[in-house]
Design a protein around this ligand. Sequence first.
Ligand SMILES: Cc1cc2nc3c(=O)[nH]c(=O)nc-3n(C[C@H](O)[C@H](O)[C@H](O)COP(=O)(O)O)c2cc1C
Length: 164
Amino acid sequence: MKKLIVYYSMLGNTEYAAEKIAEATGADVLRIAPDKAYPDKGAKKFLWGGKSAVFGDKPRLLPYEFKAEEYDLVILGTPVWASNITPPLRTFVCDNKGSLQNKRIAVFTCYSGGGAEKAIEKLRKLLDIQSYEAELILTDPKDKPSEENEKNLIAFCESIKNLK
Ligand SMILES: Cc1cc2nc3c(=O)[nH]c(=O)nc-3n(C[C@H](O)[C@H](O)[C@H](O)COP(=O)(O)O)c2cc1C
């Protein structure tokens, strides 16, 4: 089964997870980013990103190539912002809704402690799917490494590898 990870990361935690998942499952990786980067320092980071997530913004992305026909499974990764998915992932999903409709979808998300389930549920509704092939929630895996994160990462990768 051909797999692609599509993710956005502002501060590196989701990137860390994406790299681990790619290493363990052999998935290809596509990192998306808005063409105008969000502020990533201090209070501005929370203000701008949080507001953008709450309003359901769909910022324009830097050019990327998504060869949907080459993949069976798409693994979407995002930090949690204001109990929601990040705007860049929203743009990707909305811009590729047709191509994603006949794919199997898994999800992973990084957060600090609140709203991950809500974010995953909002993404499920946006994708208009019944359920995910696999789900993973990590607590700041780069900034706060823990046994729990590693255990959950391994279990997620195993379930991806076991998909028929
Ligand atoms: C704008 C903004 C909003 C956030 N909102 C939440 C939140 O609602 N719940 C939470 O647990 N963490 C929240 N966080 C923390 C991030 O989800 C968390 O640190 C994540 O691991 C960051 O991923 P990244 O390093 O890939 O950017 C927020 C961070 C930012 C920048």
